[in-house]
Design a protein around this ligand. Sequence first.
Ligand code: S3P
Length: 165
Amino acid sequence: MTPLIVLVGPMGVGKSTVGHLLAEHLGVGYRDTDDDIVAGTGRSIAEIFVDDGEPAFRALEKQAVRTALAEHEGVLALGGGAVLDAGTRALLAGQRVVYLSMDVEEAVRRTGLGAARPLLAVNPRKQWRELMEARRPLYEETATVVVATDGRTPEEVTRSTLDAL
Ligand code: S3P
């Protein structure tokens, strides 16, 4: 089994919203590795980050991605930082990976300057810029399709994604 579509992209880009819309259009299920980690550990993502640190989270995430790729046939959304791990990126080789992209200004508009996500706890615009610069090449390396979301509604992004497949 393998997912029809794997969604990657920064936090706040709309992976979950667009993922649900895609799943609905395609008549398949939606799955999210962040949700799998929370369900599997009984802890929140923030707790895991704070108590165990990011490397421990990335290891759990890699395992969650491996399991979901083996089990899920529908739309699979990954956490925004999943591509940071080389092992996770290797798991995605051969998959149909859609990178939902947004620029820094769109990110600031959508998430504000201090969202409830661990990596945005202290997040001025500069931090978003650094995060995007570090991750963009990894998203691009991993993706088979790139769909820009700037200034577009989830429905428009969903339509472009379906057209691009
Ligand atoms: C993270 C993004 C989050 C979650 C965790 C780390 C990141 O997922 O996995 O907080 O490093 O960008 P979303 O992209 O679903 O918010």
